[in-house]
Design a protein around this ligand. Sequence first.
Ligand code: SF4
Length: 369
Amino acid sequence: MSFETAINIVESSLSDPSNDYDECLIDFYGGEPFLNFPLMKKICEYVWSKKWIKSYLFFATTNGTLIHGEIRDWLLTNKEKFHVALSIDGNKEMQDINRSKSFSKIDLHFFKETWEDLEVKMTISKETLPSLAEGVIYLHSFGFKIRNNLAYGIDWFEPENIQILSQELNKMIDYYLEHPEVKPCSLMDLKIEDRGYSEKKWCRVGTHMVVFDVDGKNYPCHGFLPTSIGKEKAENSRTFNFNLNENLLDLKCKDCLLYNFCPTCYASNYKESNSIANRNLQHCNFNKARALACSFLQAKKILVSEQSSIVNKEDYSKIESIIQIQNQITVQHFKEIFLEPIFQLSELEIVKLANIKSNGAETESLSLT
Ligand code: SF4
């Protein structure tokens, strides 16, 4: 992208009072955006030198390999105005498998010390799946928040992969129960209280996000760029109305309790099936195992809190989801994969949870009267 194209976009985004937002996150997107550091620097310094109507923050996701010398110093100087996320896929072994032996080129301590709230993006591949828990625990040791992504290439119809995933989720449950102060990685942090099927949109595509290609043309998100989805589909996507959430509903999943927190990518759906709503059922067993593991972890945490009398209001709304997930996602869903139930609470634990909830509801109604 040329400097002029970039500045035209930024000017129209930050100086037009008719835009219906107050603040803007300006995200440089790659490949690796720091490969074109001189252009990024020029754009940022131009924008910082002017006054704008809208507030804004610069942002980039980097693989960290170029963050040394001049770039490192510049980021350190501007760390309040320029935030980053780091793509790192676990410990040294995992990172070297997924990303061409790049671990030794990343200064993890610099990232940890420069941005307090830094989020790392951890991609899980077939090769690194067996070390998933180890990698997550390693990244937590730096205090990073972790967002997990699934790489293409894991066949979730393959029972072996679901078995390996479940073993790893089990290890993570043990870790999070031993370390309640650690915020679980995104894989283990489902908002299970949002259960059900609604018109909730999964991401910011097309309404709270716009992506500009190198020529300055806009698209609903990165997934709809011509390089991701092909020229013709990318062009079509520019006419889609993402405000109409009914366009995004997948009717084949309408009876699924997990629908609202089952991840979907509208661009991938469109690429694979010509429909933005049509989910790929390949991830179904993966999502079910994950929801069960999350309900199990959250139940155990609530039961521990109850012993120390610190169950809070949010826990009451989770309990109903936990019980429903535990009752509905059973070994039947995994009959070719597991012989025995996985992440299943005992009957006694379910009864205890139900009691905690009904005692909580009573206390609430008493305090209302
Ligand atoms: S893909 Fe599976 S888990 Fe996700 S909403 Fe559909 S039926 Fe539920």
